[in-house]
Design a protein around this ligand. Structure first.
Ligand code: DON
Length: 303
């Protein structure tokens, strides 16, 4: 596969859509980003990486961090996490409260905010420092020691974080958090506020294309658990648009309101695309179109 030419073709296809959609307004620090940005990178299972456009420019990973926290919890603590969070699509917005009460404080899946708060709580209990654990993993896999949290974005999230605080307190009332709400929120916001480029994220997510093997050949996850992360990405990784994402792109994918999306072609490669304009579900307009075109051109989807 000539990745470079494919990425150039995909970029030409998606370019007219760059700038469409809205920037995330509810986290003010994210509304300052240039809406005209577009980058795409692919890392193959051998660790070779290719990219086009703004593929080396760091952006706020936001909910893409939820895929890494789930993988790290499975790696540290195994499948017991599934007693505290489900594996079904929510069909509701990523910050919705309503389902939690009907379902006794057990979030539908690890990729809505409530689910990620539970996963962060477990990672904190297992490691003593959820954010540092994630940063160390991301730096090692991307080979970039400069991967870090953006304190301005983290503070902006905390300042406008009433909805996430409500979710966390609600779950605490059901006994589904072990750590204090303030600790869980702090780590959750800092993980969302990590800045990485498409290049860094494609490399960091390549273990999902390698059925759980890290870049150095050691094992992060057994194949069964790598399968679980990919499957939940496919069914829940783009929130209440997961059905249309599966229909258009046909790959496990995880989006964030910073405009990034990581997508996995198991056995072959991991992609990351970034463009800040979001659709009404919180997914990058140009990013989804680029991934749609990538799977159309290559024929590489899981279907
Ligand atoms: O907690 C939040 O709302 C954000 N830090 C992350 C949300 C997000 O990225 C959902 N994505 N589409």
């Amino acid at each position: 596969m000539d990745y470079q030419s494919v990425l150039e073709e995909v970029t030409a296809f998606a370019r007219p859509l760059v700038g469409r959609g809205q920037l995330a307004q509810y986290i003010p620090a994210l509304a300052d980003v240039d809406a005209e940005r577009f980058g795409i990178a692919v890392a193959d299972v051998n660790g070779d990486v290719y990219g086009v456009g703004d593929w080396q420019e760091p952006f706020s990973v936001q909910s893409i961090s939820k895929a890494f926290s789930l993988a790290l919890v499975l790696a540290e603590g195994g499948e017991r996490i599934w007693d505290r969070v489900g594996t079904e699509p929510s069909g509701n917005p990523f910050n919705s409260l309503v389902q939690l009460e009907y379902e006794n404080g057990i979030p539908r899946n690890p990729f809505i905010n409530a689910g990620a708060l539970v996963v962060t709580d477990r990672l904190q209990s297992l490691t003593g420092d959820a954010t540092t654990t994630m940063l160390e993993f991301l730096r090692a896999e991307s080979g970039n020691p400069d991967v870090a949290c953006d304190p301005v974005v983290a503070a902006s999230e905390a300042e406008h974080g009433d909805r996430n605080a409500a979710l966390a307190h609600f779950m605490a009332s059901y006994g589904n958090l072990d750590n204090p709400v303030a600790t869980v929120l702090e780590h959750y916001f800092r993980q969302c506020a990590i800045r990485m480029s498409c290049r860094d994220l494609a490399l960091a997510g390549a273990f999902l294309a390698r059925h759980g093997l890290r870049g150095d050949g050691t094992r992060l996850l057994p194949p069964r658990e790598a399968k679980q992360v990919n499957a939940v990405m496919l069914t829940c990784g783009t929130y209440d648009a997961a059905g249309s994402f599966a229909y258009r792109v046909g790959l496990p994918g995880k989006s964030g309101v910073g405009g990034g999306i990581v997508a996995v072609v198991p056995g072959r490669c991991t992609l990351c695309v970034w463009s800040p304009g979001l659709d009404s579900y919180g997914n990058s307009v140009a990013g989804v179109a680029a991934l749609d075109h990538f799977t159309t051109v290559t024929g590489w989807s899981v279907f």
